[in-house]
Write a protein that binds this ligand. Structure first.
Ligand code: ASP
Ligand code: MG
Length: 406
């Protein structure tokens, strides 16, 4: 059995936490499990380093900034190795470069091209523990690169794949993935397992438990991720391929995102190129358009409504107002107080009536649906932000997700 254990920032936040992590690593090693480790920087450390660079110079040279912020992980990797030695476990810390993480040259958002880690395998064969700094690698010239914020999850999954590990255990400060945000629904259920696809949907809606990129990578290589807590000794959530033998509910969870704004252009002449004419300039400004609805009225005029991240609302409104004049649209409306609520579940594929149940539930709760969009395993509605909590509670109950043991 071979595993990669990854410990996030809060799990290695100080000497005491690192001592505890060392105990977890040791327990695995003592069981004869070939154990490789990936660590984050202590929580807050990457932010601190970025602030230092900005203090020196607001637009610091990217190469040097990466060299600087990669050091946070080096501190925790070495401290963990020192503590493991104290406990009698042979451990060796490696930077991303030393571990063989080869990336492209896009500083601060590099992509991993290859992980050349035969030497780490040799450690595992000799029953030793290699510890690798997450979040970083080096390009073909040996310049240090970083993978983007939260990137150590991706480092861990990439290492697990390269080492042909049986699983990648990601230790964090939550107990697992929940059927919805437990701060909103107290009886939310901890999920024993979730498919990669569902996890991707949850992550892209802003559930911050796992970095989205790491889930995509794990999915492509069928690497199971066990997301679990380093604070409580309980099993977490297994993220894996969909398993047909499992008895499952139609809906796995309810997700939401409040960071939304809505823009409507009314009465644009209905002819080819209209949608492109409106959305093209938005894309050029690198603004992500999400839910899009267009309808054609009898008089051959179009209305187009779409959502953008709230932080891009002002800029998007500005662009759309200009374009709408060119396109001779009747008027432009905007609303910054909308939010998205989605139900997610692979079970939807084989069940009819799920959308209908969602709409009926929202209607009963007095919630007006402004926009609807669906994918194979997700139904999303855009609603007024004030009603998000009510919507989530109603849907969670309606789809039998409430944990009755709580
Ligand atoms: N330390 C990096 C960050 O804070 C990487 C990580 O923790 O995943 O973004
Ligand atoms: Mg993290």
């Amino acid at each position: 059995m071979r595993i990669v254990q990854k410990f996030g920032g809060t799990s290695v936040a100080g000497v005491e936490r690192i001592r505890h992590v060392a105990e977890l690593v040791k327990a695995s090693w003592e069981q004869g499990i070939e154990t490789a480790v990936v660590v984050s920087a202590m929580s807050g450390e990457t932010n601190r380093l970025i602030a230092l660079a900005n203090e020196m110079m607001p637009q610091a040279v990217e190469r040097e900034k990466d060299a600087l912020i990669a050091t946070g992980e080096q501190v925790t990797a070495s401290l963990l190795a020192i503590e493991l030695h104290r406990l009698g476990v042979p451990a060796y810390s490696y930077t991303g470069l030393q571990a063989g993480f080869i990336t492209d040259s896009q500083h601060s958002r590099a992509r991993i091209l290859d992980v050349q880690c035969d030497h780490l395998s040799t450690h595992l064969d000799a029953h030793e523990v290699p510890i690798v700094t997450g979040f970083q690698g080096a390009n073909a010239y040996g310049h240090i690169t970083t993978l983007g914020r939260g990137g150590s999850d991706t480092s861990a999954v990439a290492l697990a794949i390269a080492l042909k590990a049986d699983s990648c255990d990601i230790y964090t400060d939550v107990d697992g993935v929940y059927s919805t945000d437990p701060r909103i629904v107290h009886c939310a259920k901890k999920l024993d397992f979730i498919s990669y696809e569902e996890m991707l949907e949850f992550a892209s809606l802003g559930a911050k438990v796992l970095e989205t990129r790491s889930v995509g990578l794990a999915m492509r290589h069928h690497m199971p991720i066990h997301l679990r807590s380093s604070f409580h000794n309980i099993s977490g959530t297994l993220v894996k391929d969909e398993d047909n033998n499992m008895e499952r509910a139609v809906i796995t969870g309810v997700a939401y995102n409040r960071d939304e704004a809505k823009i409507t252009i009314m009465g644009i002449p209905d002819c080819p190129g209209v949608a492109a004419g409106v959305l093209g300039p938005i894309a050029q400004a690198s603004i992500n358009v999400d839910v899009i609805v267009q309808n054609v009225s009898e008089e051959r005029y179009n209305d187009i409504t779409f959502t953008v991240p709230r932080s891009d609302y002002a800029q998007a409104m500005h662009i759309v107002t200009e374009v709408s004049q060119k396109l001779q649209a009747r008027k432009v409306l905007g609303d910054e107080t909308v939010a998205k609520v989605s139900i997610i579940g692979v079970g939807m594929r084989s069940h009819a009536g799920v959308a209908n149940q969602m709409f009926a539930t929202l209607a009963k709760a007095g919630i007006n649906i402004q926009m609807i969009t669906t994918s194979e395993i997700k139904i999303t509605v855009v609603i007024c932000e004030k009603q998000v909590d009510d919507a989530i509670k109603a849907l969670h109950t309606s789809f039998d997700l409430d944990d009755v043991t709580v």
